[in-house]
Design a binder for this molecule. Structure first.
Ligand code: NIG
Ligand code: FE
Length: 403
């Protein structure tokens, strides 16, 4: 098989062991979809004749970015709700009055398949223009068996039709649909039963629940988790976003890949996540947009050695954000992550949050997903905001055209 050499690069490999996994004058040798070799230029394996060569002129290269938490498939928008919140009505009050997630559910059910696909594809392209090569997409705005399957199918189709890797997550337990008012346990029983069909159709890679006062209880969450585990599907959780429900500890007991949001995470939750190896996915966009004041316990997570990922949480209600680069900056300014922690959060740790072991860092055997930037060092990219220095994206060894 032929080799492509990308040489004369400053590479932040994100491999463990040294800061940024840094290589000053580096090269990447790509074979097919994978990296065959990554290292200092002077140590290139002798005797290998690359078929194609690209001189990067000293440009910065990082792994392709991974957005490990999005709700990309939905109809409508919630700009009117934004205005209401600016007048002082809370996110919870809007949800309890039947707006919020339920408003998006109505708009999603009313949308055509093509409309849903076109909206999500446009959003995906915006994320991709900043170097995103892998994305997680949750359902959760359909809330019937057919509509949940339809949203997951749209997410799968994005992965087939765009140069983007998509991981799908079933989040039927996102909100109680109006048809089930007062019958949350019945809804959980039905939503648990839908998983088998989604799994049989190859529509689902993981299962999530929104465990909170305006979502579902820990007991209901556990019923969904047990149904997922019967099918061998990994679980994750929207945990401790608006209140401490003990959701993180419950998810960790079920070996969750990640717990996400976590502003109200307790010390017990952190200890449970550490023991289980669960990733903390922090979502500065939702924190900012809901004007939260309680910060996730970043210092304690760092102290415990819980890996932290950063994601957009793109959704129409709490984080209508389409910039993972902006999240890098906000993770530093709002949450006090170091630029390197934030970068690991959108690369190596984001891969781990999705249970993916073949990406997130640049090393032999990993997928050849990388980005060439107009920057000297990745810390510059965390420092600026509203700026996109992405110049080239290579995904699975193939250079993607930037629009
Ligand atoms: O991750 N927390 C629950 N779900 C989304 C918000 C969904 C919405 O408001 O539409 C979140 O923030
Ligand atoms: Fe979310």
């Amino acid at each position: 098989m032929s080799f492509t050499l990308w040489r004369h690069a400053r590479i932040a490999t994100m491999a463990p062991g040294r800061p940024w996994g840094w290589i000053d004058d580096g090269a990447l040798l790509v074979q097919g979809h994978s990296l065959f070799w990554v290292g200092p230029q002077g140590e290139l394996p002798a005797g290998l004749q690359p078929d194609t060569e690209h001189d990067l002129g000293g440009a910065l290269v990082t792994p392709g970015l991974i957005d490990a938490h999005t709700h990309l498939v939905y109809g409508g928008d919630r700009a009117a709700e934004f205005e209401l919140r600016l007048q002082g009505v809370s996110y919870e009050a809007i949800a309890k009055a039947g707006g919020g997630i339920r408003a998006t559910v109505a708009a999603t059910r009313a949308a055509s398949d093509e409309g849903l696909f076109a909206g999500a594809a446009a959003r995906a392209r915006t994320l991709m223009a900043e170097g995103v090569t892998t994305i997680e997409i949750k359902s959760g705005y359909g809330l019937t068996e057919a509509h949940e399957a339809r949203c997951l199918a749209v997410a799968r189709r994005l992965g087939h039709e765009l140069p983007l890797s998509v991981r799908t997550t079933s989040l039927a337990a996102h909100a109680l649909p109006p048809e089930y008012e007062g019958r949350a346990d019945d809804y959980i029983a039905d939503a648990s039963a839908w998983l088998a069909g989604q799994h049989a159709q190859g529509l689902v890679d993981a299962v999530d629940v929104f465990c909170d006062t305006i979502g579902f209880t820990p007991a209901q969450t556990e019923r969904i988790f047990l149904a997922a585990k019967r099918l061998g599907l990994p679980v994750k959780l929207h945990a401790e976003q608006l209140s401490d429900q003990g959701g993180a500890a419950l998810a960790a007991r079920h070996g969750a890949l990640s717990c996400d949001h976590l502003e109200h995470l307790s010390a017990a939750g952190i200890a449970a996540m550490r023991s289980a190896g669960t990733v903390a996915v922090l979502l500065p966009g939702a924190y900012y947009f809901l004007r939260e004041t309680k910060l996730p316990p970043v210092a304690a997570l760092r102290e415990a050695g819980v890996p932290m990922a950063i994601a957009t949480d793109h959704n129409p209600g709490s984080s209508p954000c389409l910039s993972l680069l902006l999240m890098l900056n906000m993770a530093c300014t709002l949450f006090r992550l170091t630029p390197e922690e934030a970068w690991r959060g959108v690369t190596a740790h984001a891969a781990r949050a999705l249970g993916l072991h073949d990406r997130g860092m640049l090393a032999a055997g990993q997928r050849a997903d990388f980005v060439v930037w107009d920057a000297e060092h990745p810390r510059e990219i965390a420092y600026r905001f509203g700026h996109n220095p992405c110049r080239r994206v290579v995904r699975g060894g193939v250079q993607r055209m930037q629009s």
